[in-house]
Write a protein that binds this ligand. Structure first.
Ligand SMILES: Cc1cc2nc3c(=O)[nH]c(=O)nc-3n(C[C@H](O)[C@H](O)[C@H](O)COP(=O)(O)OP(=O)(O)OC[C@H]3O[C@@H](n4cnc5c(N)ncnc54)[C@H](O)[C@@H]3O)c2cc1C
Length: 527
């Protein structure tokens, strides 16, 4: 018997699940079809070694929108976050180290070790960033206005947007424009003199980016990473109890509680179109499911270039999608550890350093050189490394006395020159451990297991084209009214009944739930 639903969601990533949960709450019959055997996409917890429950992809939460948490009652379904404190720990080759804490006064004391002037500046910097983040944040749950604007109605939408800048002074408006266009290094140079302070803050500007700290546009990524919060405290990042999969599972449970059907191990092969309107999907196993609405949480290139027939799409739209850049430069390693890494710069374990995001990034030049390698198709010989140990907050993730460590690394280009990731993977993982060893001499002796996910592996495992963690570069030419492509930023795609609800839509990637939330709102408006 053919199955009938009002809406089909392709992909059970957290955004697809958010769309499904909102539609189910509006009493729509909705089904989520997920290719893998578990939901969550990049936000999953997987037992990759017996007794170790690992956040194999995303590892920290902050961006998840409070409105989504409230509307979908995620806390009732198990979502709980421990705010990370200290936020950052950067050990330096000269034996010094810098902490950044939740407590601003403690952070200022730390910064003063490097520069008294920077310590005085820091509160003003934080206030400015917070103010800019608040304005930018208002746009996260907003549907971008029509582009290019047509009539008076469209112009009104732009005016409404301009209204969100009302509380800003002239200087702050200039700062807002600059942050969307500047490099992270230029932005930070205007505030700070200490290399150690600048580089610790600059890391947020290059995580997931296709660019170095001196590439224009990276200042926005820095702002993007300041837009969330934990338990109502803005700017904080935290570890999710049960790993990142607990976020996705909470959303899935919320959706199920309102009647959504979620089917795993169900890869979609084709989006079915008849006379310019969607009519459902065909699964890889040959089954067909019908619905007048299909929302794809899969990245734009995969959605339109693999799941659709060329003849069903407008040639100009297709051309623009082919130009949508979605090659990533991030690599993730997950380790099972028998103990904790001991830092040359700060003896003792456990210590506060193990609760922080631990950076290996001695200088802006170091990161820029790491990017130089990637520009020419080589993984960085000396990469920027971020390490986190979730078991410091949730020991139940590993057997007693053991730890999990996540390593997130820039830059590992998806396209290599003269080699493949299948050839380089293990040798490069050895190199990464060598770099860490310079700061933590005991690291190799405590590694029990390791998993290395190159951009190619991220593509294969999570189904993200090019291994781009945001479904597509978050650069000015692929943001807001231009995401995924000009004219289609309002979640409706060029075939009637077809929507995009994943990170390839505004406002982009991260475990945020915003594209999924906004897409559901637009679907409900259309019916
Ligand atoms: C290694 C890594 C680390 C990250 N770290 C963080 C972090 O710490 N914090 C943070 O906020 N963000 C982080 N991110 C980014 C963030 O995880 C992603 O941007 C976000 O989770 C994407 O969510 P999504 O729902 O839009 O898409 P996805 O999570 O990509 O979900 C898409 C889903 O579609 C499924 N799918 C694909 N093809 C098909 C098909 N044909 N049929 C059916 N299903 C299909 C996939 O299996 C997947 O489940 C990280 C990402 C990665 C990869």
């Amino acid at each position: 018997m053919p199955e009938n639903f009002d809406a089909i969601i392709i992909g059970g990533g957290h955004n697809g699940l958010v769309t499904a949960a909102y539609l189910a709450r509006a009493r729509r019959r909705v089904i989520v079809l997920e290719a893998r055997e578990l939901v969550g996409g990049c936000a999953v917890t997987e037992e990759i070694w017996p007794g170790y429950r690992v956040s194999t992809g995303a590892y920290l939460s902050s961006l998840l929108q409070q409105k989504v948490v409230r509307d979908l009652e995620l806390e009732k379904f198990g979502y709980k976050v421990d705010a990370k404190d200290p936020a950052f720990f950067s050990p330096f080759p000269d034996g010094r180290c810098l902490f950044m804490w939740q407590d601003r006064a403690k952070t200022i004391e730390e910064i003063a070790k490097f520069s008294k002037r920077d310590a005085e500046t820091y509160p003003r910097y934080e206030e400015r960033l917070e103010k800019l983040a608040r304005v930018a944040e208002e746009m996260l749950l907003t549907t971008p206005p029509p582009f290019p604007p047509g009539g008076m109605g469209d112009a009104m939408e732009y005016l409404k947007l301009a209204g969100s800048m009302r509380g800003l002074s002239k200087r702050e408006v200039v700062a807002l424009i600059k942050i969307f266009t500047q490099s992270a290094a230029d932005f930070l140079d205007e505030w700070f003199e200490s290399e150690e302070v600048k580089v610790t803050l600059a890391t947020d500007g290059v995580i997931g980016a296709n660019g170095g700290p001196r590439s224009p546009g990276t200042a926005y990524i820095l702002l993007h990473h300041c837009m969330g919060g934990v338990n109502g405290h803005r700017g904080l990042w935290g570890f999710v109890r049960g790993g990142m999969g607990a976020v996705s599972n909470a959303i899935a449970e919320s959706a199920r509680s309102r009647g959504a059907v979620i089917r795993t191990s169900s890869p979609v092969a084709k989006i079915l179109v008849k006379e310019g309107r969607v009519r459902g999907v065909a699964l890889e196993n040959g089954d067909e499911i019908q619905a007048r609405i299909v929302a794809s949480g899969v990245d734009p290139r995969r959605t339109f270039l693999q799941l659709m027939e060329e003849r069903d799409l407008d040639p100009d739209f297709l051309e623009d999608i082919r130009h949508f850049r979605s090659e990533g430069t991030s690599l993730k390693m997950n380790l099972a550890l028998s103990g904790l890494p001991e830092f040359r710069a700060l003896a003792g374990a456990p210590g506060p350093q193990h609760k922080a995001t631990m950076h290996i990034c001695p200088s802006i030049d170091y990161i820029e050189r790491a990017w130089d390698d990637a520009k020419y198709g080589r993984p960085s010989q000396s990469p920027l490394i971020e390490m986190t140990i979730p078991t410091m907050y949730d020991p139940s993730l590993a057997p007693p006395g053991r730890h999990i460590m996540g390593i997130f690394l820039q830059y590992a280009p998806y396209t290599l020159r003269g080699a493949t990731w299948d050839e380089l993977r293990e040798g490069y993982a050895d190199r990464v451990l060598e770099v860490i060893e310079e700061y933590c001499p005991n690291i190799k002796s405590i590694v029990l297991e390791r998993q290395t996910l190159t951009p190619l592996d991220l593509e294969r495992r999570f189904g993200i084209t090019g291994g781009n963690i945001f479904h597509g570069e978050m650069s000015a030419d692929q943001m807001f009214v231009l995401r995924p492509v000009a004219g289609f930023a309002r979640y409706r795609m060029p075939v009637r009944g077809l929507y995009l609800c994943g990170s390839g839509a505004h406002p982009g990637g991260g475990v945020m739930g915003a594209p999924g939330h906004n897409c559901a709102r637009e679907i409900l408006k259309d019916r």
